[in-house]
Design a binder for this molecule. Structure first.
Ligand code: FE
Length: 344
């Protein structure tokens, strides 16, 4: 965009997530959305790369005819089938849809970090698939072949496609609501619900001391993803504050409806992954687990909870509960920082 000579400093009170009036997206300061800058710092401190994690034990187990049951192998493959394309969908949404319309430079800063993290996640799945000598074409194409994966991706992509339109612009009630819908669906559904039964499956393996290299990578991915989710929730709440007229009752009902549909798709997917149930997790447990996390997402953006159920996988809260996560990963994060300093 062209710049004009203007001696007036940027007015922080004009800063908006979208539709900022004094929208100089080149000037990081003065900063208004400090949560984004904080998230950027956390992302950097949590930096990791898939290739730092050894896959030798996983390779032995994957090749062994007895280490994993047929059901476990199918579960592992289907979960990877979801993961391999999910982060590419996320990256596209960040880079091609959201970034362009955001008028807060600090929010844009975090989106750049988030986009890179989505690439690292896709790299992790590639590294797992390659290390284990899996059929790449089969795994990476699963989202087109396995109905339960296709339906999840289709829900997110069909709701979000409006803002990919080259003619789409923020600035009208309808379009701004569309933008808010994109971010809410992307964060709450894609990053906040659709990853979570797959996370649970991978931690099920880990608890059995199986596929531990892959599971460790998924832990790092989960840590990143819960930051993306946190950030997305902060953005949704910030837009609500900046443009309260968008948050109509009808719109809220619509979001609740989308989340309820997503919950059904997610436990249907879980049923497909574990037709007979393994690791003490069965279809009923998954259904309740997905309902439990959906309620947590709803309450974070001020929407009414729908299910009111207990967490049936209490062991998951240790690994996945956002508030506990810092402690959970503390050791590894510190090690990485020290390693990084020595290296440079
Ligand atoms: Fe993400």
């Amino acid at each position: 965009m062209p710049i004009h000579i203007n001696a007036k400093p940027v007015d922080i009170n004009q800063r908006r997530i979208i539709n900022g009036k004094d929208a100089d997206v080149m000037q990081l300061y003065p900063m208004r959305h400090t949560f984004a800058w904080d998230a950027y710092g956390v992302g950097n401190a949590n930096h990791w790369l898939p290739t730092e994690i050894g896959m030798q034990k996983d390779i032995e187990q994957w090749r062994s005819p007895t280490a994993l049951s047929a059901d476990e192998r199918q579960a592992f493959e289907t979960v990877l089938g979801f993961f391999t394309t999910a982060d590419s969908i996320a990256a596209n949404n960040v880079v091609l849809a959201l970034y362009k319309h955001v008028t807060s430079p600090e929010v844009r800063m975090y989106l750049l970090r988030q986009g890179y993290e989505e690439a690292i996640h896709t790299h992790a799945y590639q590294y797992i698939v390659e290390s284990l000598g899996m059929d790449e074409a089969k795994i990476f194409n699963m989202y087109r072949e396995v109905e339960a994966i296709y339906k999840k991706d289709d829900l997110v992509l069909s709701l979000n496609e409006g803002i990919f339109d080259p003619l789409y612009k923020t600035g009208t009630f309808e379009n701004d609501q569309k933008f808010l819908e994109n971010w809410a669906v992307f964060a709450l559904v894609m990053e906040g619900i659709f990853f979570y039964s797959s996370f649970a499956v991978m931690f099920g393996f880990q608890r059995q001391n199986k596929m531990v290299g892959a599971a460790e990578q998924i832990q790092y991915i989960m840590r990143d993803e819960s930051q993306h989710l946190n950030f997305g929730i902060n953005v949704v709440n910030a837009i609500k504050e900046e443009q309260p007229e968008l948050w109509t009752q009808e719109f809220q009902d619509h979001l609740v409806d989308v989340i309820r549909r997503a919950v059904v798709l997610e436990y249907t997917f879980a049923k497909e992954v574990f037709p007979k149930g393994i690791f003490g997790m069965n279809a009923a447990g998954f259904k309740q687990y997905i309902e439990y996390i959906a309620d947590r997402r709803l309450e974070r953006v001020g929407l009414p909870i729908q299910y009111n159920v207990e967490n049936p996988f209490p062991w998951m809260s240790e690994a996945i509960d956002i508030s506990k996560e810092k402690n959970f990963f503390e050791t590894r994060v510190t090690e990485y920082k020290v390693g990084g300093q020595l290296e440079w």
